[in-house]
Design a protein around this ligand. Structure first.
Ligand code: ZN
Length: 500
């Protein structure tokens, strides 16, 4: 078999003040490998694909791997150039049996609501007989065009996304079987008419994940997938969706997709996130013993937020809370000033609050510089996430992590790598919506997400959607007034007439 692999991923927040241009897709993340050339891929998802595909003597041709920290819709020319690099590489590769793509699924560009659908449709034109597989993030807008043009789509089940390698292996296995003619996937996609935010580590959502896993193990089901949707990506098809592939039988796919969508719909109230606000979170935290770790939900760069909001820091200072740590503040200028002054210096520093009203006002500090690093990083699910020039500073008993590269803070080593110890703290605040739980959770005696002010507002009713084209829960209590859920089947794709 000949495989072609490539990756293009970002998650677009329609309300983000951060542009997504050529600089966002840093050159470090865009690597072009000439057709026929084999080089170890830099992108971790592609590395997983590469390893899976190169076993058993199969040939792998690698296209680019490009990624950007989430922000506003991608600059049109930048998206088109990256897309065309993938398409050119695929054309140059000649005949391939399987195309495997590491995508996100919520990428919007200027003039494109559905970048992944556009890319998949163009790949289908170039390789009409190839099996096309895509791995998506659950925070995707899973569209009809994507499902129509891919043979198989897998979506990470877990949030935090600890299972990306496992799902890539699932995708590889299904695609290989389809290419050999051992299975003929028939697809049914159902719209749940629901938006929300669904961590999978406990509660009703953990049971929902279990139901999808269980379904995927049924004999006639190839795989059952749940797309959470991304509520800050304002496109017509945004929201939670169910996608089921059955082997050779569309009716089975439709029936199973309907069953799972009903299961999700029936539990919609339990599945809605209800996180306490900043003031009540700090009230509660101050009364607890042990280490409290809180997520600054709305200032998560991983969802397109600026990463420099000051609402929580301001409140910590006003309350006189000490023995605390907070980060990562994305403020390259502040990081540069700290690096220039050097460890041991005490400087006056204006921190954060620079990138828009979502960030609040800057905070003026007298800060002691504890440590600086030119090329700091943190770990996310085993991968290295660069944070650039960074500083650990201390002000009135609060250790603050300042970084130059905008990123959600995934791992405790973001703090500890610059000498900020967490075990002697009473409170740690992490600019992340949920991924931080994987690394910080084991350390914490108590942890929860705070519904903070900022770019990822959890009050969906106040988000000024312009493109949403149908009623969704919880904006309306019953999104199916007088209608059967059967009407929600968006696409039902018969299996291809035979294997290759
Ligand atoms: Zn995600």
């Amino acid at each position: 078999m000949r495989f072609f692999i490539a990756g293009l991923a970002t998650e677009t927040n329609s309300f983000s003040p951060i542009p997504s241009g050529a600089l966002a897709f840093s050159l470090d993340h865009v690597r072009r490998v000439r057709a026929g050339e084999i080089a170890p891929p830099k992108d971790e998802m592609l590395a997983v694909f590469h390893e899976l595909c190169s076993t058993d003597g199969h040939e792998v041709v690698q296209g680019i791997a490009a990624g950007a920290e989430p922000g506003a819709p991608v600059v049109r020319a930048v998206y088109e150039e990256l897309r065309d690099m993938i398409l050119d590489d695929l054309r140059a590769a000649g005949d391939v049996d399987v195309v495997l793509l590491a995508l996100h699924g919520a990428m919007i560009a200027q003039g494109y609501d559905d970048c992944e659908g556009d890319l998949l449709a163009r790949i289908r034109e170039i390789a009409p007989r190839a099996i096309i597989g895509a791995q998506l993030d659950p925070h995707c807008s899973l569209t009809e065009i994507m499902v129509a043009n891919a043979d198989l789509i897998t979506i990470m089940r877990e949030y935090p996304h600890t299972d990306f390698a496992e799902r890539a292996a699932d995708l590889h296995r299904h695609c290989l079987r389809a290419a050999r003619g051992e299975i003929r996937p028939a697809a049914a996609l159902i719209d749940c008419r629901m938006i929300g935010f669904f961590p999978t580590t406990d509660g009703a959502m953990k049971q929902v994940v279990g139901a999808f896993r269980h379904s995927s193990a049924e004999p006639r089901i190839v795989t059952a997938e749940f797309a959470h949707g991304f509520p800050w990506g304002d496109v017509p098809e945004m929201g939670a969706r169910v996608l089921v592939y059955a082997d050779g039988d569309l009716e089975i796919a439709k029936a199973e997709a309907l069953r799972l969508a009903r299961l999700v719909h029936d539990r919609r109230r339990e599945l809605q996130a209800a996180f306490p606000d900043l003031a009540s979170s700090l009230d509660r935290a101050e009364g607890l013993d042990g280490l409290v770790v809180l997520g600054d939900f709305a200032d998560n760069p991983g969802g397109g937020a600026p990463g420099d909001s000051t609402f929580v820091l301001r409140e910590l200072l006003d309350r006189g809370i000490a023995d605390a740590a907070i980060g990562a503040f994305h403020d390259p200028e502040a990081a540069r000033l700290c690096a220039d002054a050097g460890p041991g210096a005490t400087i006056r520093l204006r921190l954060g609050g620079k990138l828009g009203p979502e960030s609040g006002d800057p905070v003026d500090l007298v800060a002691e510089i504890v440590a600086v690093a030119e090329d700091h990083a943190c770990t996310a699910f085993g991968m290295r996430v660069p944070l650039g020039r960074s500083a650990a500073i201390r002000c009135r008993g609060i250790d603050i992590l300042v970084v130059s590269s905008r990123s959600q803070l995934y791992g405790v080593d973001g703090f500890t790598g610059l000498g900020i110890s967490l075990r002697d703290k009473r409170l740690v605040v992490v600019k992340s919506s949920n991924h931080y739980v994987a690394s910080f959770g084991p350390l914490a005696d108590h942890t929860w997400h705070m519904a903070t002010p900022g770019a990822m507002n959890l009050d969906f009713a106040s988000i000024p959607y312009r493109r949403l084209d149908r009623p969704v829960f919880p904006l309306v209590e019953d999104p199916w007034p007088g209608e059967d859920m059967q009407a929600a089947i968006r696409i039902a794709k018969r299996p291809a007439p035979g294997g290759i």
